[in-house]
Design a binder for this molecule. Structure first.
Ligand code: MG
Length: 160
């Protein structure tokens, strides 16, 4: 059996007048993530992990922030496109493991909904998706609530 592993990272600034969307779930918070698309840092980290596992480049290559067609894009739709690419090359997801780094708001109450949403987009089981959340202990930009970061690791399995 053939396996590949990939990792991904993303960070977006927190600003007013934007929704906070992580893992496809809108989280009530006075601040939201700034970006060309919906700025869903968790979903973007997952997409880069999937692409990285197959050495297919990064999301900036497929969805450039200079391209108006991705303005305000729903990152779940972008994730589905990346997953289609992975599948077209003969691979399926073994599991994903992720970390969200956010000082506020509390992420834990939303993790089950994020896993369900991502599992639906990827047509896998929620048990194949790990989402953990931590603060940055008030250190650096994330600790000052200037942004939210996410890390992801993906294991892909070759479909025989
Ligand atoms: Mg991003």
């Amino acid at each position: 059996m053939d396996f590949r592993i990939g990792n991904g990272y993303d960070i977006h600034q927190l600003v007013s007048d934007r929704p906070l969307i992580l893992g496809g779930i809108t989280i009530p918070h006075p601040l939201g993530l700034l970006g060309h698309s919906d700025a869903d840092a968790l979903t973007h980290a997952i997409m880069d992990a999937l692409l990285g596992a197959l050495s297919l480049g990064d999301i900036g290559h497929y969805f450039p922030p200079t391209d108006p067609q991705w303005a305000g894009a729903d990152s779940q739709k972008l994730l589905i496109q990346v997953h289609d690419l992975i599948q077209s090359q003969g691979w399926r997801i073994g599991n994903l493991d992720t970390v969200i780094v956010a000082e506020r708001p509390k992420i834990k109450p939303h993790i089950a909904a994020m896993r369900d949403r991502l599992a639906h987009s990827l047509q896998i089981a929620p048990t194949q998706i790990g989402i953990k959340a931590t603060t940055n202990e008030k250190l650096d930009a994330v600790g000052r609530e200037e942004g939210i970061a996410a890390y992801a690791v993906a294991l892909l399995i070759k479909v025989i």
